[in-house]
Design a binder for this molecule. Sequence first.
Ligand code: NDP
Length: 617
Amino acid sequence: MKCNTTNVPPAAEIDIPALEEKYRQERELRVNPKGQKQYVKPVDDFSESYEVDPHTPLKERDAIVEDIDAVVLGGGWSGLLAGVHLKKAGVTNFRNIDHAGDFGGVWYWNRYPGIQCDNDGYCYLPLLEEMGYMPPKKFVDGYDIYDYIRSIADRFNLYEKALFHTMVSGLKWDDGIKRWRVTTNRGDEIRARFVVMANGLLNIPKLPAIPGIHEFKGKMFHTARWDYDYTGGSYRNPQLDKLADKRVAIIGTGATAIQAVPSLGKYAKELYVLQRTPSTIDERTNPPTDPEWVKTLKPGWQDERKANFQRAAIDTFQPGDPDLICDIWTELNRNLVAEFDQSGWPTSPEEYLAHRNVMDFRLMERLRQRVDALVENKETAEALKPWYRFLCKRPCSNNEFYTTFNKPNVTLVDVSATRGVECMTEKGFVANGKEYEIDCMMFASGFEVTSDLDRRWGIETIEGRDGVSIYNHWADGYETLHGMMSRGFPNQFFVGFYQGGFNATTTETFSRQGQHIAYIIKEALSQGATSVEPSQEAQDAWVRHVRETAIDISQFQEECTPSYFNNEGESQVDSNGEKKFRWYLGESYGPGWDAFQKLMQEWRDKGDLEGLVVGKD
Ligand code: NDP
């Protein structure tokens, strides 16, 4: 399938210095001197609604006291895929443990109306060929993803031992028995030889610390805990008819709000959308999956497609490379290829980057023009325009978000001048000096992504050898071997964005990490090893290598509008002049995804667990 290029304005029409200045001013307007501290943990009235699962009734069960080979913390994609790879490696004596009532992670908790995956589903849903499943469309609905996750858990028999509605409260390495002592809020005492930390990235709802938030007498909830009893409708049929007489406000215009706002605008009596920074929103082409196209797919197609997405979204296309993904994520490279094919390919990296830079401004200009074309009120349209570089924020696509503002019951409230909502009162909220009375405040304010690790993980105690806390151990940055293990924390593995190769398809990153971790656990068990951990030399060498080969994107990050992508615009240098490592994507491996996978494959092929100290006592 040939993918169309979009109509970006010509370079001659773009005044880059003026735009740079505009971007700088808009950024300055939004940088909050409080940085991370502008958000609060979901406590007090919120803690109940955060901890209680509205979707699945809690079942009583006896506390478990046992020895087991492995515990996988989490049942979202990363925990699920770690489980799949453990099973494939022949390790069966393990449990997934999750706070939720089922597998699914974000796709379990997030059930807000309009929820879809923003990425190409043919890449994002893993194991499609093995599972014999094809998503019904490119941008898949949340409930279809949840159902698919459950079918994978079923296929690999992960339900058998999984513990749901269980929060791990402590993890302590016991050197006497060479096991992790895992304690939970259900009174369990599990002694696990290995622990896999697949505890998620977008799991803890983040709330703005708005003065007076607890004064408000109306209804409040975070979008990750959508209350259909209040709004009417259901997850699979979100007709929010109970909002017909309600005045509703939603805080945020990120990826979640973009999807929820059209339904709210359709059903609420009044809707106020409280925006600090506009998103970039393209149209969403999302027809049903074409069975004729499916028939053309050859074995291995999914890996090929993911590799294409990686080149399109993160690396670069080569001459002749097709764009198989054809959406907003790949547009920048797609447009460049089209122009290079006409005018000749750049002969140096500098020339390439110069073209890329200009295309970035042209693409963002196209997206701003899209707002003008769709939003009738000129002032509202102006406020909805994004003024920053492409990828400063997650690009979205939606066909109804902008036109929702043409409805008489929908008002955009721009709160950028006060760096967020000024305050809440008993009756509503105050913005730009005016009080708005509402019945319900919804928080589409995101998740704890770059806050301190203990806050993000929500586990009070994690102690490795000699009682050292992982939170102190990593206080000045990650220290790992391959981003998956850390010295002093034997038999503990980390899935997520720490110090390794990252793929544009997050599930691919998690899956490959799960595969590598399963290999080490299997090897250790078959050798009768009781502990494995990186040697100091191997770990130091890896950290050095990652930092020496890192691609420095700090200038781009520091020029971006604040968000969790750039640590809320906080300075990335601490008081000692040292770089902080709070980027959303941790410390990404500079030589790239393919180079990292090659390294890991070669490491496994050698078969000697190089760089790991293997204990058998
Ligand atoms: P985000 O963190 O992306 O957005 C939070 C929103 O809340 C921002 O618009 C932010 O404004 C706003 N906000 C925060 N504090 C205040 C305040 N005090 N006053 C006014 N506005 C405020 O959260 P989302 O839940 O939208 O998305 C989180 C992530 O979840 C996504 O980036 C994505 O990774 C994932 N996601 C994925 C989806 C998918 O389809 N795969 C769908 C939805 C989410 P500001 O930008 O100014 O900080």
